[in-house]
Design a protein around this ligand. Sequence first.
Ligand code: SAM
Ligand code: SF4
Length: 331
Amino acid sequence: MVHTLVDQHGRVATDLRVSLTDRCNLRCTYCMPPEGLDWMPTDEQLTDDEVVRLIGVAVQRLGVREVRFTGGEPLVRRGLVDIVRQVRALDAEVEMSITTNALGLAKTAHALAEAGLNRANVSLDTVRSEVFHEITRRDRFADVVEGLAAAEAAGLGPVKVNAVLLRGVNDDEAPELLAWCLDRGYQLRFIEQMPLDAQHGWDRASMVTADDILASLSAAYRLEPASEPRGSAPAELFHVDGGPATVGIIASVTRPFCGDCDRVRLTADGQVRNCLFARSESDLRDAMRAGATDDELADRWRAAMWGKLPGHGIDDPTFLQPDRPMSAIGG
Ligand code: SAM
Ligand code: SF4
């Protein structure tokens, strides 16, 4: 019998974000320090079979309909293609996508599509090679461009591009990024920078807000709010110059959408997080390794969701950033 992941505020989680690793081959300044982090020891990380088993519990017993692989950088996880194939074998309908920096995607896009992946979201904050180097601390802009094209060619579309704007670095680039994505048929979405970086460098006063982004885009394009209901989608969509092309803004900080949230997260070491900003987690890994049945794991998972807070409280003076940074939670 399928139960749902409902919380005490009536929200139902159907969208599972699975972090496959906390490691990454870039070092985006807003995400992690130049030297990287103390990576998770391998024995703490779920094995491929354990990841597939927990996704199976979510899809077959808890009503999850979308699975998004993320990290860290999910493409550095060796078993990725096989994990996708096994999840597809469990359920022919579940929507599967990946959020990736696209390094190496040129090589794996085809295999991922063949294994059953539906879509790719690629993070790209700039279309200027030197700015890419400055933000990611790696000179790999060309690889991302190639990865994006490969995703489109492999049928992992509509390809979405996620961009974070940073004051004084790329905050003048919104229209240029949009033109670049429109030319290639990619759907661009800007994400407001959130207090989730390992080095605690986020600053509310200097972050680039949805209002800033809309003002900057409006100087070059005619934007109209899309009339389609937004539902639980984090992005607020705007038609560009009369449509059908759109641009999205994910304004988690200045226009929070917690009331409509349908997301739940599983970390690479098997912890359920009911919110990006949660300050507590529920362990499924040790329960599974101690012999818990699928029904018992599903019970634990439901209990973990029930206590989801109504909002992230970033604007509350008592707000505390979670101990895990974004790269270890799974964005
Ligand atoms: N490495 C992959 C990537 O970059 O797409 C997946 C993981 S990354 C943590 C997922 C998304 O989170 C990326 O789009 C990234 O730009 C975004 N991100 C990372 N740190 C962030 C922060 N502090 N605020 C807002 N978005 C952030
Ligand atoms: Fe890596 Fe993604 Fe973080 Fe950039 S945002 S350092 S690509 S995990």
